[in-house]
Structure formats: structure tokens, C-alpha cells
Write a protein that binds this ligand. Sequence first.
Ligand code: EPU
Length: 437
Amino acid sequence: MQSNTTRIDPPTTQKPEDEHRIIIRGGKPLYGQVKVGGAKNAVLKMMAAALLSKETTVLRNVPNLTDVHMMAQVLRHLGAKVEVSNGEVSIDASGVNDWEAPYELVSHLRASFVVLGPLLSRFREAKVSLPGGCAIGERKIDLHERGLKILGADVRIDHGYVSASAKQLVGSRVYLDRPSNGATENIMLAAVCAEGTTIIENAAQDPEIVNLAQCVNEMGGNITGAGTYQITIEGVPFDKMHGAVVDTIPDRVEVGTFMLAVMATTGEVIIEGSNAHHLYSVISKMQEMGAEVSMYAPDVIRVKCESNRFKATDITTLPYPGFPTDLQAPFMPVMCTAEGTSIVEETIYENRFMHAAELRRMGADIVIKGNAAVIKGVDHLMGAEVKASDLRAGAALIIAGLGAEGVTEVTGLHHLDRGYDRLEDKLRSLGAEIYRK
Ligand code: EPU
């Protein structure tokens, strides 16, 4: 750990990924403009959807993330030609001749489980490793399984794999017990080349689902209602599907991360390439606490904060358009120094409070009671050595470090790099004192 008076130098040597750390000297206000990238949780699913044609699909505004490279590996394993460069991914799925996604790939990237739907739609057969649990919760797949069975697939779970096959895949009405993103995506993609009409009731309404449906429609599919609780998919024969060029929507979690970084440090930042409509639940909480957040232009958000001490508030994570679980951890540092007591209720995952113990090491007063965190505001956080347990916990610790007194060192960066493209470089361009070593 560096002393709080030591100068922070930029990195000079290459180290194995696990030894890397981000070093932050807190307390620098943020000023300037920053551009966010495309949404991880949209692009990964659109890459899987590219399996639904024998032609080439090009995705634009793609962030440079390890998850994107890992998904490219999964598609290559299946026989696709995939190129990732300059913010674009090009997927030529003409040579796809395998419908099995193995454990060694899927275990690195649970999002790759979504190849199940398109493989089943195209080949009427698919075998994909079960992704397993993760640091934030059990992450079941029972709704995926039930939905595919309703479409006529025989779905079996054997030796850690889900095998699905169907002589006939026939459109039907599928009600989801909860609006799961993954289940909505897998069922929607399986239904693209099924016979007849599929209706998904209580579907996830997230903007990333809308982007995925746009992608499929550009490829010749016929999906309506994405973005509402009821999605209708009219089956189209596979040989009518074709390639497409599709733009990825902005990453709303990255936008939220920058907004919260300004709240933690003070300053004024213009966030370009964002979509405020996707973030009402978050922006309204920030405004309630006292931050100045406004829409500058249709795709530009401005955040201005003269102080980094706000009024306490409560949040409950909910399916979209409720408060997103992916911004729960990044939101917590500003609650740690708010005036009064804030309560966070996490309803999506069973175990998404691992960052609380790390924030306590920085001086936060947080008590976890079941699925709630009770946070009593303290005057300030203090720099410390902390470790990210998952992607959004990593973002939370960086936000906390930016606002804290002294130096914070964050490890566990492989989690962060799954979902943020050069986060520390973008923050440094806004005036933060932050380096990776
Ligand atoms: N669930 C079930 N049964 C199912 C499916 C889900 O019980 O069959 C439960 C899960 O166990 C979980 C909850 O429902 O507790 C939500 O799961 P969902 O299927 O909605 O999530 P997901 O598709 O696995 C995506 C994002 C997550 C994000 C959630 C919720 C991707 C790659 N991941 O996961 O993103 O938290 O939706 O919005 O799209 C992240 O980016 O950091 C991240 C974790």
C-alpha cells in the first residue's frame, strides 16, 4: 500500500492480469466531457443472434471488453468467423457446423448461455454447458428450460450440460414467473425460426432486449412488442434470414457509473452517447439526493455537483424500468457519505452485497440484514486496499476511491475489464488521479 503522500506514477511494466491494480488518489473534482461505449449486455446477445443467418452480421459501437472477446471465442468454436476491431464485430455464421458450447468457454462468460436459443432455432438441436452460480447469486435457468419445453423442445440436463432438441419447434404462449433477461432472450431467439407465433408474457422490458429484437428484425426476423411485458415472435424460415448491420445502444450502466463518480467527487461532466430515457429510475434518485442532472441534448447528460455530501435516500432494485441491480453497488459509495441513513433493498440477486465489506474497510458504516443494506452516512471515506468481487463491485470501489481521502488500491481488475472499456483512462481525462499498475 502506498502512503497517502507518495506520488502516483503511471504504469511502466507489464504484469499478469491478476497482479494489476488501480491506484486512485481521491478528492479530485471531475470536469469535462466523456463518451460512453455500447452496452455490454446488448452486444453479447446480438453476437449470439448472428447465428440465426448464414450471412455476415456487423455490430457497431462495440466496446473493447474481455466479455466481447470471450463471446467471439464461443462463436468461433461453433464455426463462425468473427473479427473484432475498431469498435465493430463482424460475424460470418455461414460455416457454423457445431451446436455444442463447452464448459471451458461458457464457464468464463455466463452470457454465452444465450447461444442455446439461436442454435436450437437454426439446427433444432443445441448442447450448452450450464454456466453455474457466480459471486452475486445462484442464477438459475429454470425459466429458460420451461420456455423452450413449451415451444416443443426436449430439454435435458445431464453431466453439467443442457441439451435441447426438437423435431418440431412450434410457437406458443410462454409466461415467465419473473421477467428474466436471459430467459426472455433465449426463448425469443429460439422462437425466431420456429413454426407459428410465440408470445412471451411478463417478458423483461430492458432496452438491451429492444436492441436485440431490432437486430433480429434487421436480419429478417419478425418480433414486435420488445420493450413491453408482452413480446410476439412470428416464426420465419431459417433460409429467409440474412445478415445485417446493427448499432449497439449506449451502455446505461457506464453512464450511471460516470454520473455517480461526479457525485462522489464534485464537478461538472457532460456524458455523450448516453440515453437518459433508459435511466429515469437512477436519475430521479440522484436528483432526490441533491445532484443536478439534466438532459443537455437527446443523447447528452450533464451532471453538476458542488458538494459530495447529499441527502440520504432508499433504493430497491427491480426489473426494468425499476432501479437496476447493476447500479446498486456503484450507488452505494454516495450513500456512505450521505447525511442520514439510507437503505438498499436488493431483490434481483441473493448475494449482491460483497462490496459492502470492502467499503467498510474504507470507513463506511454498513450493516447487512438479509437482502437489505442499512448505510449510516459518515463524513468521508478513507483510502484503503480493496478487492473487487464482481464487475459492478469493482466500479463501486473505484467510485468510492475517487471520493475518499488519500490513496485507494483496487485489485480484482479482471472483473472490471469484463464490462468497462478503459474506465481509468476516461476518468483520468476528466481530472481524476487514477492509474493502473
Ligand atoms: N432467474 C431465475 N430463473 C431463471 C432465470 C433467472 O430464477 O430461469 C433469476 C436469477 O437467478 C436472478 C434473476 O432471476 O436472480 C435475474 O436474472 P436474469 O435472467 O434477469 O439475469 P441475467 O440474464 O442472468 C442479465 C445481465 C446482468 C443483470 C441482470 C438483471 C447480462 C449478460 N447480464 O443477467 O448483468 O444484472 O440481467 O438485470 O445481460 C452485469 O452486467 O454486471 C450483470 C450481472
